[in-house]
Each structure stands twice: as structure tokens, then as C-alpha cells.
Design a protein around this ligand. Structure first.
Ligand SMILES: Nc1nc2c(ncn2[C@@H]2O[C@H](COP(=O)(O)OP(=O)(O)OP(=O)(O)O)[C@@H](O)[C@H]2O)c(=O)[nH]1
Length: 418
């Protein structure tokens, strides 16, 4: 698979290469104290935090781009931890509905499906970036009053692929019209459809009731792939769009997408049984492990872009990211994750099987589980900065990002160990 491009446009100088350390500039140009940078603030990402040879290196010492996620089991919370978690979590989950979904071919060759959500607690358009064919939104697939098949296709509630002239959102119906038999629906699909049809506000729009039994809408994530990978990512305009090297948000987004695009393990099928046949059909189509990035519009750890830019000025005046927020009378971290929990449930990722969460942030691990552990984080994959895993050959580098990451470790207690 080709490398993910840096979040900067290819037309720009590579952010993903060692960043110049101002060697051509006089210190006096920048600092009133005339002190040498390193003498006053030694690099904080010391070898203590930076494994000299990580599992992410090739034998020749170069970075490995085929590296697999290195996950760590997450223990179930104890009773007292769970109470603590409930105190912090929202008492009720927000209501969410996926309004539209569209296929996005990407510059790496991997396709993903962008899902846009509305909710009942803010006006923002939160997103789910879905990789692989096995994760579907229940609220998107549910029939809506008065809609036509064309309406369903326009809002993305179709199965398979769109093409000029397609008339039905269901592959099942297209097959029937062309005389090709459809596989029988799985038992799990039928039981779920029965449950969800009780919640539907409107009956199916078609007179053909077998449409709702289309087995190709079965979103069951194949059990042989293990818990699906999930990243909960907060918007960072500066790091993802305008090439900021103050943080590593852009490369974290790239890395999550890369991991979710890795080829799936060899499919296991059990031919002969009804469900086995269906599993074989699903896994044959697997282009990647898949997973979902929940992209929350919580810019600047929830304080918004305007306040984050003020915080950057405070950081240039010598404060760290937490102090800057507090000086501006914001919490160190103003985010919540109830929307992420609700979106993951809508994507059918709740329940015992759990999820594999890509994060270093202990607060995310706790909070995404929801007030009643609707979502279970059973594994955690640390997000190691590319500069560390490449031994300083790639990734975002510089004094600002070093300070940003060291503050995460020291004050926000982020866990960077693989
Ligand atoms: N207030 C503030 N926010 C920042 C600063 N730098 C980056 N951010 C925001 O921090 C957030 C980073 O979010 P994430 O990458 O999802 O999460 P995280 O808490 O770093 O945890 P990980 O899952 O381990 O990456 C984004 O909303 C950024 O806009 C800063 O200096 N001040």
C-alpha cells in the first residue's frame, strides 16, 4: 500500500521530514533573553520517552510503513472506577442520526465512506469516517417516511456500489430483477431487523417486504477480525489543514487511516451452514481490516479555534498547553465523548465484543464507554509520534510539538508506551 501523504498538500515542503531547528537564525531574533533554546529548555522528548529502537523500525533502522497496530488489553474498570467514570460521563447519551453517507476514494487508493451525523445537543456536523464494508449506520439504513429509492441512494442508504442508471438502493432487488438469486439472510441479521423495525417510525416504503430482509445490509463485523479499530479524533484545523508543527494531530489522523486500511487477515469461512455461507461472502469482499474514525468538531480540545489561537500566543509567552487554557478561563480539556459513544452504537459497535481504541488519552478510554458501558474498550493501541518511531527521520518535529507532547505526558497523563 502506498504511504499516506503528510496532511500537508504534496505541493508544500514536507512537514513529515525533520524540521529545521532555526540553525540559520540568530537566537536574538526571537528571544529577548538571548539564551540558547536548548540551554534553557532542553528537548523534552528525551530517550526516556523515545525508545531508541522500536518495533516500528526495519532491520536497517529505517521506519516501517507496513507496521501493524500494537495493541494492549484494557482491563474492565473496578466498581469504584466505574462510579468515578459515571460521575464524569453524561447521564444520558445524546441522540444521533446519520443524515448522509458518501463514498470517498482517497489519494492513497483506499476508499472510505464519510458519514455525516446530526444530534440533539449541538448544531455541529460530526463525522464518522468508515473503512471497510462491515460497518453500517442503523439510522442511515432505516427507512424514512415518503422517500423513494432514488432518495435513499442520494442520502447514501444503498448497498453495494452506485453506478449510472441504478434504480434501487438494494442489491437484492437488482439481482431479483435480473434473475440472479440472492443469498439467504443470516439469522443474526433477521433477528436485528425484527428489533429495529419496532423502533422505525415509518414502514418500509416498498410494497415488497422482502426488501428489508436484504442480507447485504447485514453490518455484522466479522468475528475473525477481532474487535474493530476505532479512533476518536478531535478537530484540529491548524494541525490538519494549515500544516502546523505545534501538534501531531494531522499525522495521527493519517496513521489511524493507514492502520484501518491495512489488508485484512486471511478470511476464515465455514461453508455449508447458512451463516457460514454469508460470512464467506462478507469476508471475500474485505479490502482492509476496516474501522472507524469518529471525527468530533471539538476544535482546540473543545475551546474553539479563536481561543486556541490565543492559547498559542500564551504558549509563545512561555506557558504550556494546560496553563494557557486555564489562563483563558477554560478547563485544561473541555471535551466530552457522549456523541462518540452514541455514534459508535449507531454503527453497531456496542456490546461484548468491544472495540480496539487508538489513543494515548486515558480520559477517552474511560469516557467513550458511556454511562452504562454501552461501548467496551477491550484493547488500546498507543499512537506513537512518527518522529519517535522513525528515529527522527519523519514526523512533526520542533520545540513546540516537543513541549505539546511532554505536557500531555506530564499533566494530562497520556500513555505513550507501546
Ligand atoms: N487548547 C488547545 N488545544 C490544542 C492544542 N494543540 C492541539 N489542540 C487540540 O487538541 C485536540 C487533540 O485531539 P486528539 O488528537 O483527538 O486527542 P488527544 O487528547 O491528543 O489524544 P490521543 O487520542 O492520544 O491523540 C484537537 O482538538 C486539537 O485542536 C493547544 O495547544 N491548545
Amino acid at each position: 500500500m502506498p504511504d499516506y501523504p503528510a496532511h500537508a498538500s504534496p505541493a508544500f515542503a514536507p512537514i513529515a521530514s525533520p524540521r529545521p531547528r532555526y540553525s540559520d537564525r540568530a537566537v536574538s531574533d526571537f528571544k529577548l533573553s538571548h539564551d540558547d533554546d536548548a540551554a534553557v529548555h532542553p528537548p523534552l522528548i528525551s530517550p526516556t520517552f523515545t525508545p531508541p529502537q522500536t518495533p516500528f523500525h526495519n532491520e536497517d533502522g529505517g521506519p516501517r510503513h507496513d507496521r501493524q497496530p500494537h495493541s494492549i488489553p484494557v482491563a474492565s474498570p473496578t466498581h469504584s472506577e466505574a462510579e468515578h467514570q459515571h460521575a464524569k460521563a453524561l447521564p444520558r447519551l445524546p441522540e444521533v442520526r446519520c443524515e448522509v453517507r458518501a463514498r470517498i476514494p482517497t489519494t492513497t487508493g483506499t476508499e472510505m465512506f464519510l458519514h455525516l451525523y446530526h444530534n440533539n445537543i449541538d448544531e455541529k456536523e460530526h463525522l464518522a469516517i468508515v473503512f471497510g464494508p462491515n460497518i453500517r449506520s442503523r439510522s442511515l439504513d432505516a427507512p424514512r417516511r415518503g422517500e423513494t429509492e432514488r432518495d435513499r441512494m442520494i442520502r447514501g442508504a444503498y448497498v453495494g456500489t452506485l453506478y449510472p442508471g441504478r434504480t434501487s438502493s438494494r442489491v437484492h432487488q437488482i439481482r431479483a430483477e435480473s434473475g440472479v438469486a440472492s443469498p439467504r439472510p443470516s439469522a443474526s441479521y433477521l433477528s436485528r431487523i425484527e428489533g429495529s423495525s419496532q423502533q422505525q417510525q415509518t414502514p418500509p416504503t416498498s410494497s415488497n417486504s422482502s426488501e428489508t430482509e436484504d442480507p447485504e445490509i447485514d453490518s455484522s463485523y466479522p468475528s475473525e477480525l477481532g474487535p474493530p479499530m476505532v479512533r476518536i479524533h478531535s478537530e484540529c484545523y491548524t494541525g490538519e489543514t494549515v500544516w502546523s508543527a505545534r501538534c501531531d494531530c494531522g499525522e495521527q489522523l493519517d496513521e489511524a487511516a493507514r492502520l484501518m486500511s491495512l489488508p485484512a487477515p486471511t478470511p476464515v469461512s465455514t461453508p455449508g451452514s447458512e451463516i457460514g455461507e454469508h460470512q464467506a461472502i462478507s469476508t471475500e469482499r474485505l479490502p482492509s481490516c476496516g474501522g472507524v474514525i469518529i471525527y468530533l468538531r471539538q476544535e482546540g480540545r473543545g475551546i474553539g479555534l479563536k481561543e486556541k489561537l490565543k492559547a498559542y500566543n500564551l504558549q509563545d509567552l512561555g506557558h504550556d498547553t494546560m496553563e494557557a487554557n486555564l489562563i483563558l478561563r477554560h478547563p485544561g480539556d473541555a471535551r466530552s465523548y457522549g456523541l462518540a459513544t452514541a455514534m459508535l452504537l449507531d454503527l453497531d459497535l456496542g456490546g461484548e465484543r468491544g472495540i480496539k481504541l487508538l489513543t494515548n488519552n486515558p480520559e477517552k478510554v474511560r469516557a467513550v464507554e458511556g454511562p452504562n458501558r454501552e461501548i467496551r474498550v477491550v484493547e488500546r493501541v498507543p499512537m506513537i509520534p512518527l518522529a519517535w518511531s522513525s528515529g527522527g527521520k519523519e514526523g512533526v518535529m520542533g520545540p513546540e510539538v516537543e513541549k505539546y507532547i511532554s505536557t500531555k505526558i506530564e499533566k494530562f497523563k497520556h500513555m505513550f508506551s507501546p
